[in-house]
Design a protein around this ligand. Sequence first.
Ligand code: PFF
Length: 445
Amino acid sequence: MEQLKSHGKWSGKWTFILAATGSAVGLGNIWGFPYMAGTNGGGAFVLIYLACILIIGLPIMMAEIVIGRRASSSPVNSMKSAALDSNRSSNWQLIGWGGLVAGILILSFYSVLAGICINYIFISALPDLQLSSEEQFSITTSSASNLLIWHTVFILVTAGVIASGIKNGIGRFVRVLMPLLGFILILMVLNAVINGDFLRGLQFLFSPDFSQVNPQTFLSAMGQAFFSLSLGMGAIMTYGAYMSDDQKILSTSITVGGLDTLVALMAGLAIFPIIFASGLEVNSGGVGLVFITLSQTFETMFLGQVFGPLFFILLVIASLSSSISLLEPSVAYFSEKNIISRKSAAFIFGFLAWFLGIGSVLSFNILSDFQLLGDRTILDSIVFIGNNLLLPLGGLFVAIFVGWFMKKELIQEQLQLSDGFLNTWYFFIRFVAPIAVGAILITQI
Ligand code: PFF
């Protein structure tokens, strides 16, 4: 293969763990998982979710790291190198290309949502008590220029961190901010223990109701596990490319998957008890849960003007550490080919995501009635293409390629597992993961 420019490596084992955990922990953990668990059978859902992380998520995460680390390059070139070294067609690099496209698409709406979170740091610090939280949210989102400003700020910070490089940009960012994220989350849980209806929160999240479990529960759990671990678009593959050769892939993946799940559970324990204590009910996830229900809770809660902004800072850190991993694969590809510098690539592709994000901005206001795919707004259509189609498709092909087409020696060189573990991993990546991810894909369409 042609000579590619080297990106360098993470400084230290923990930097990979923090970066990959940063990618994994995002809006999905904080406003997605807890609501899904609470309304889909509580503890029963949590158990199914854990099983999905273990038997589908971790094997695919390991496969992505194997491909990335052996070539130390972007998903496109890592896939190409793995395919050529296994005497397969270089067309397998299309999986890498799909990842770059998915990353930019997902970043385009993720940034708009994260931008609203930045805006809410200020809104929750100085709430206008004349307005209900619904009115406040509607005023905030009905102004396209307001959303555009925060979307711009978010993309600029994302591109700025990436432009500073692997060690001094992303590495330094996650080493400082991920521990801060953990600290804020612990504070929020403590607050929920002291000021919230903690027992009811625990019950909502964990008391198992197996009568609610149906085939759809399994699909939701698989989809959520997949999105939450940032699989299927080369984010983890790219981060794996900067991982040192002596780091163990199995134990590192278990650590990342464990931390991601821990954050999702803690987010539920931070959120639900305070909502219940203020006499409100949980009737939606996502945007409604955070900007309406929780915002109303902060308005009346003891020290709400401190915990409100803290919570939104938590969301912003979580989304920034994810957005970086959405943009990095494209930047890695164009800078390693020496087509443009890392700095230019960061801002050019950041601009592209920003531009596409305008469609999501307008979905909240001027174009809220405009339907793109079926009855979906522009925002919902991009979410659908990125999350529901491209991610599972990427994951499916990674599993098929690694399980059936890549040379075993190349894989074992990276994994260095005992025979028993290697065979177990092969079983999951060859059979279980493709069937499960294929099922998610078919039912989404
Ligand atoms: N894992 C992130 C979340 O749970 O919010 C979302 C995400 C980030 C998906 C990066 C994919 C990705 F590459």
